[in-house]
Each structure stands twice: as C-alpha cells, then as structure tokens.
Design a protein around this ligand. Structure first.
Ligand code: F6P
Length: 361
C-alpha cells in the first residue's frame, strides 16, 4: 500500500445527473481502496444527504458492474447549502453547520464532490470553511470553467446527433423544417457539436443572438437550390437579437411567461417568415439518461483515478481537469461562479460556419 494523506473521505454526486457519474465514482473509490487503503463513505443525494447525515461505507462490491450504468448509484439533488441560512428547528443548525457537523462526526479527512458549476462552487465555499475538497467536472453542458472538457458531454452529443440523423430522413420525406431543441441554458456547446456532427443547416446558441430574417433567408436560399427541407438545432438558452437589449430581470420574466420552450417560438417565427411547414422535437432528459459512451467512461475514470491520487497527496481545494489535452488539476477558486461559453474563435464554430451552417447572425 502506498502512503496517503487521507485515511477516510466522503464522496457525493450533485446537480443534474450525467452519463459517466458511476464510472467516476468507481475510478476514485477503486484507486483509493486498492492503492491507498482508504475508507470510502458514500453520501446519498448530494449535499442534501450530507446536510441530513445520510451515508454508508462503500465496499469494493458496490463498484462492481457500474462502469457502464447511467445515473448515479449515490443519487443526486440540486441542494445549495449556502443559499439556505435558516436553522433547522430540530437540530438548531444551518445547512452549512450540518455539513461541517457530519464531516467531523464521520471522521472525514476530505470530501470528493462530483458535479458541475453549482457543485464545484459550493465545494470552493466549503474549502474556505475549512473542509478539504476535491472536485470532479461533470455536466452534459460542458460549460464548466477551468477544464476543456467535462464528462457526460460527449454522450449527450452522441444522443443528440443520432436524433438529428433520424430527423433528417423524415424532414427530407416531408419537405419540412425540423427544429430540434437540445440542453444548454447559458452555453451552446451541445447544440454546436451535435449540430455540426449532424449537419444542421442552422444552429442557434446563447452566445450568438439570432435574427429570424437571417435564418429565413438561409432557408429560402436552400429551397431555391432544391432543398426544401432543413434542420435547425436550437440550444434551450438561445435568444433573439431583440432580447439582448433586455436587462437580466426583464429577460427572465419574459422567458418565465413563455409557456413553451424556445424551439416552439423559433418554429412559429420561421413559419410566419417563410411559409414553410415546421415541426419541433425537444430532446430533454433523453440527453442525460442512459449508458455513457466509451469516451465518457474513460474520461470519468481518468478524473476519478486522478482525484484519488490527489487525496493521497493531500492536494485539496482543487478540481481535476483537462487543460490543453493534459490531465491536471485547477484551483476550485477559478472554477467557482463562472460559465465557460463558446468563444467566437472556437474551431468547431468556425468550421461549421465555413461549411455553410447559419448561426442566425
Ligand atoms: O445538467 C445541466 C442541465 O442539463 C441543463 O442543460 C438543463 O437546463 C438542466 O440541467 C435541467 O435539469 P433539471 O431539470 O434536472 O434541473
């Protein structure tokens, strides 16, 4: 057995689930147990379980057969302990006080948190509170700062691309505009990658506000060239140019007032502008569920194994990351509270544009 700074650690998954969570848990735990003889405490339902003291020790048999399973064996929640300052009437503790209480009560030397923006931001705050935190980057949105790639993203791209391929054939048969909405509130990575992979004629992402006239023009041109069908890939956070003038609050209010998602609005606007028949598909949670792709299984395992080595080295307050193709770690402080958006010089964006995709500009 190798020497380790950590004897016992807790592990949780938090935020929206993503394919590869079980592979990551397995990677951390197997390395921690086999190489360093650490004790692994599995915490249920993310930070909520930690606040409520719900956990159990995980043994090697718990990780058997989970590599290819979607979801998370630990369960998850979107609990944000720092946004909940109210004292629990039964315990007399706030959420953060409860977390600190159980961390001590269970004899944890460190806590591994697997998740996206919210999870790693909470991790950064807990580190400031004196806990030893290591983060792992998970999200199908790939919008986490500090890392080039998050696990879950490529599986979601695969799922969305297959959906676009299927829509292509029916769009062709009926000469329709097929509008497909994929996840991504603040960043358009998923729409961009699936859109380019699936040969989307139009891709709308939050980073590039769209003009309906530009899209209509593009679709008309295709029709004149003998292609009466088109595929429009829309990120759920796409917005029109006129919406960019709104302040954050007004934008939120107007979106909350919409009883339908953005793809329906785009369909309606395009039908009005072109007279072409359109149909909408909202992929939703299909993008998050199911088996991780081989790529995500490997990526999540790499992050997991690296996290175990970091526990052994006592390297806390950091998140595992891929930066310029190399497996590394970055301080949680630089991850917290940020969103990694698609930059305007992104190579996939540029190649999509060069290959004739309309981005609604
Ligand atoms: O995991 C991120 C994400 O997939 C977003 O793209 C999406 O808007 C959000 O989760 C919705 O998840 P939930 O309904 O679980 O909050």
């Amino acid at each position: 057995m190798k020497k380790s700074a950590v004897k016992t650690f807790g592990i949780l998954t938090s935020g929206g689930d993503a394919p590869g969570l079980n592979a990551a848990i397995r990677g951390v735990a197997r390395t921690a147990i086999d190489k360093y003889d650490m004790k692994v405490i599995g915490i249920q339902d993310g930070y909520r379980g930690l606040m409520q003291g719900r956990c159990r020790e995980l043994k090697p048999e718990d990780f058997s057969g989970i590599l290819m399973r979607g979801g998370t064996i630990l369960g998850t929640s979107r609990e944000k302990p720092f946004k909940n300052p109210v004292k629990d009437p039964e315990t007399g503790r706030t959420a953060v006080e409860s977390i600190k209480y159980y961390y001590k009560e269970w004899g944890l030397d460190a806590l591994v948190v697997i998740g996206g923006n919210g999870t790693n931001s909470t991790g950064a705050l807990l580190q400031e509170e004196g806990l030893n935190i290591i983060g792992l980057p998970k999200t199908i949105d790939n919008d986490l700062a500090g890392t080039d790639i998050t696990f879950g993203f490529h599986t979601a791209v695969d799922v969305a691309t297959e959906a676009i391929d299927r829509l292509h054939t029916t769009a062709h048969s009926h000469n329709r505009i097929m509008i497909i909405e994929v996840m991504g509130h603040k960043a358009g990575w998923l729409a961009l990658y699936a859109g380019v992979a699936g040969g989307g004629d139009v891709i709308l992402i939050p980073e590039i506000p769209y003009k309906i006239e530009s899209i209509a023009k593009h679709l008309q041109k295709r029709k004149e060239a003998g292609k009466a069908f088109s595929i429009v890939v829309v990120a759920e956070g796409a917005l029109s140019e006129s919406e960019t003038d709104m302040d954050k609050k007004t934008f939120k209010q107007s979106r909350n007032a919409m009883s339908y998602s953005i793809a329906y609005r785009v369909a309606h606007e395009l039908e009005a502008a072109t007279g072409l028949e359109s149909r909408v598909t909202v992929l939703g949670y299909l993008q998050r569920g199911g088996t991780p792709s081989p790529y995500d299984r490997i990526l999540a395992t790499q992050f997991g194994v690296e996290a175990a080595h970091m526990l052994a080295r006592g390297e806390f307050g950091a998140m595992t990351a891929f930066v310029k193709g190399a497996l590394t770690s970055v301080p949680l402080k630089i991850v917290a509270g940020k969103t990694k958006k698609v930059p305007m010089d992104d190579s996939v964006l540029l190649c999509g544009r060069a290959a004739g995709t309309c981005f609604g500009e």
